[in-house]
Design a protein around this ligand. Structure first.
Ligand code: SF4
Length: 235
């Protein structure tokens, strides 16, 4: 298994803030190693799956858009394999089909980053950009990657609505906005009006569109569509 370059604790702690050079629009560089566990996990997959993307997954969509969709982290055989958020696994099938239904995309989604799909008036990103083992990032990894989420939001001058997929994305967004978690509890279908850096934003909560949640009935296609109906109404 390939090993990461050893860094001092000081340089590691600074990494997300200072390593924008060489990345696109403040997105993480391909070799970001600010989270050693995630770096090593990806390095292992570079060896066993050399045809996969295996790197921090950059945001996808329209920076001029009004809607930002925030997931948890890349799926191992989804975004980590293909290199585009929510692309190539079940969660993407449901998300992109719903985006199409509500006019947030053009072109045909085909589970490949070169399928020609374009997003309209929205961006998709993840709270954590590197795939975590068992799809579970640690609190420290979420904190370390947070500057990249902040950066995406700052690059969206027309941002008005944020859809958070799941409780972890919800909590991460509140922390990113400097808001108290107790004041804005997560609930599917819930929405929260907030102000941040002079902007009025509405946070929309949804259960994550994972296969597990849909297989267990936690989230149905109708429940997911209802959230997008509320977003469409607000925009
Ligand atoms: S999760 Fe984010 S901060 Fe951590 S290594 Fe990946 S890109 Fe860097």
């Amino acid at each position: 298994m390939a090993k990461r370059t050893v860094q001092t604790s000081e340089s590691r702690a600074r990494a997300p803030q200072v390593r924008f050079e060489g990345s696109i629009l403040g997105e993480p560089p391909r070799d970001c190693d600010a989270c050693p566990r995630l770096y090593d996990f990806i390095a292992g997959h570079r060896e066993t799956q050399p045809d996969w993307y295996n790197a921090p997954v950059r945001s996808f969509g329209d920076p001029a858009g009004a809607l930002l969709i925030v997931g948890l982290a890349p799926g191992l055989r989804g975004a980590n394999r293909t290199g585009r958020p929510f692309t190539g696994d079940f969660a993407g099938d449901l998300l992109y089909a719903t985006l199409d239904s509500f006019g947030f995309s053009s072109g045909q989604y085909d589970g490949r980053p070169d399928d020609g799909l374009a997003l309209i008036n929205c961006m998709i990103t993840n709270a954590v950009r590197c795939v975590p083992p068992q799809n579970k990032p640690t609190p420290a990894e979420i904190r370390t990657c947070q500057p990249f989420l902040t950066n995406v939001m700052r690059q969206m001058p027309n941002l008005r609505a944020i859809l958070v997929l799941g409780r972890v994305a919800h909590d991460t967004m509140l922390r990113t906005l400097g808001l108290r978690l107790a004041q804005y509890p997560f609930s599917h279908g819930g929405l929260h009006g907030v102000t941040c850096e002079g902007r009025s934003l509405t946070i929309f909560d949804s259960y994550h569109c994972s296969r597990y949640n849909t297989n267990t009935g936690v989230l149905t296609e109708k429940m997911f569509a209802d959230v997008f109906r509320a977003i469409r109404k607000a925009l």
